[in-house]
Design a protein around this ligand. Structure first.
Ligand code: MG
Length: 499
């Protein structure tokens, strides 16, 4: 074994362990912690973060990476781990310590201001903090460096290896094609089926969702399934992947969708091969690829006629009175019933990416110095009108609806759309490779699809950039065609619309 690897590997393992510790603390904060624990937890997490940062920027790690890069005896997996560790090390060491501290402090202050501004419906409470945040993010991007444009450095935190120009090309192709398709679908959709708004006991929903996520392949002996206000998934470490969902007695389908979505993320994490645990290659860096795994289960599987035909009789066992008379046709229609929404997180598969397109466009304009934070609220409303045909009546339903910008998450939004596009393309390819896939889903058998995703995506981990993994699995370049095709086929059949 390479002598430098023998010294480097424990250091990488230590960084992964500190990250695990932070993940447990974060999971606990959102799932278990009593409300009064917030300030104390913030301190504990700050201390652990400080330790992790200190270990990451340790010059000894830099020296080991130099040596490892010159070592020709390393095998491919080790080289990939070194490449990722180098990336983290360079980013962390390029950022001045003062700036890191300033950003961390601002993130918590700006988040508080956002949390106050939204219910008060008053952007001016949030505006100075957001201005400062944009300013610091520009400084951070310049410190890290970029070759095409400043936004590249921000995007790289969430979608390593992809450039702004590439992502912009995808949106430029998607949006003009999606807008008229969405308009036609929304116009054709009739009344909202009544069963969607009935009351469903939360205990039973919880019980059903637990059954469902296991049915999809989530291993409860190596994971947890809990409740939190905002559903999320986190990998704590080997054999410990935790996902959450949320319940609302009047919104049965929301809970089911959220549970399937998070299960997609969790299956990805449970599919990371053992040999990558504790290494940067076992930590998924591409949020677009991660989102593709949640979307493929949520949309391509979870809203398909085949899987819904399987699901309905089971759902009726839990809710015989509420759903006993519901027909498979009405269930399919209800699950896929589209509706214009002002709120991104409530948007359906038809309009969701128009919400993202708007946010991506505004982020680009901000970081290209084409608009200022002061102009953002009106630009947001105008964009909503342009893309969704809806004008927010309040700032709370407009520019203040998402928390991402408050914590400095610029560059995150476009990964949602990348995930959607990857998911549709991956599913098309899986259907070609697995001729029995539709029949399997109708029988509730998700094992063949999961095995396909494990082989093509999960088992690769972060050995390669997300885009490369997806394009190899798809067998060609990413385009919006599979996603648009999915919408046209599904809604063409559902509402008799021609595109
Ligand atoms: Mg997700």
């Amino acid at each position: 074994m390479s002598a430098v690897w023998e010294r480097l590997e424990p250091r990488l393992g230590e960084l992964a362990d500190l990250d695990s510790a932070l993940r447990v603390l974060g999971w606990d904060q959102h799932v278990m912690m009593p409300p009064a624990g917030g300030a104390g937890r913030g301190r504990v997490m700050g201390t652990v973060q400080g330790l992790a940062h200190g270990r990451l920027v340790d010059p000894e790690l830099g020296r080991l990476l130099d040596e490892a890069e010159a070592d020709e005896t390393l095998h491919d997996d080790q080289t990939a781990a070194v490449r990722l560790a180098r990336r983290s090390y360079d980013k962390a060491t390029k950022l001045p310590e003062g700036l890191v501290k300033e950003m961390a402090e601002l993130a918590s202050v700006a988040f508080e201001a956002w949390a106050e501004a939204r219910p008060a419906n008053d952007f001016s409470i949030f505006q100075p903090h957001l201005e400062k945040m944009v300013d610091l993010k520009k400084k951070a991007a310049d410190a890290i460096g970029w070759s095409g444009e400043r936004y590249d450095a921000l995007l790289d935190d969430f979608e390593p290896g992809m450039t702004t120009a590439e992502v912009e090309t995808l949106f430029d192709e998607l949006v003009p094609a999606l807008k008229p398709v969405a308009d036609k679908i929304l116009e054709a959709a009739g009344e909202r089926p009544e069963f969607l708004t009935r009351t469903y006991e939360v205990d039973k929903q919880e019980d059903f969702c637990r059954w469902l996520v296991e049915q999809l392949g989530f291993d409860m002996s190596a994971g947890r399934f809990d409740v939190s206000p905002h559903p999320f998934t986190t990998h704590v470490g080997r054999g410990d992947v935790r996902q959450t969902t949320r319940y609302d007695s009047n919104r049965l389908l929301m809970s089911i969708r959220a549970s399937i979505h998070e299960t997609g993320h969790a299956l990805f994490e449970q599919g990371i091969p053992e040999e990558l645990w504790g290494l940067p290659t076992g930590d998924i860096q591409s949020l677009g690829l991660h989102e593709s795994q949640s979307r493929i289960w949520e949309i391509q599987v979870g809203t398909s006629r085949e899987f819904l035909d399987f699901m309905l009789p089971h759902l009726k066992e839990w809710f015989p009175e509420e759903l006993g008379n519901l027909s498979p046709d009405d269930f399919y229609l209800g699950v896929n019933h589209p509706r214009r929404s002002l709120i991104r997180v409530e948007a359906d598969a038809v309009t969701y990416n128009l919400h993202i397109a708007l946010r991506f466009e505004l982020e680009l304009a901000l970081f290209r110095d084409e608009i200022s934070v002061r102009d953002l609220p009106d630009a947001f409303d105008a964009g909503m009108e342009k893309y969704l045909g809806l004008r927010p009546e309040t700032r709370a339903d407009g520019v203040l609806q998402d928390m991402h910008w408050a914590v400095g998450g610029f560059g995150y939004f476009p990964t949602y759309t990348l995930g959607t596009l990857y998911a549709a393309a991956l599913f098309d390819r899986a259907r070609e490779d697995l001729p029995g896939l539709c029949d399997d889903l109708r029988a509730g058998n998700t094992t063949p699809l999961l095995a396909w995703l494990r082989e093509k995506v999960h088992h690769v981990g972060s050995r390669k950039p997300g885009k490369e993994i997806a394009e190899e699995a798809i067998g060609g370049p990413l385009t919006s065609e599979p996603f648009l095709g999915h919408l046209k086929t599904k809604y063409g059949e559902l509402f008799g619309v021609e595109f």
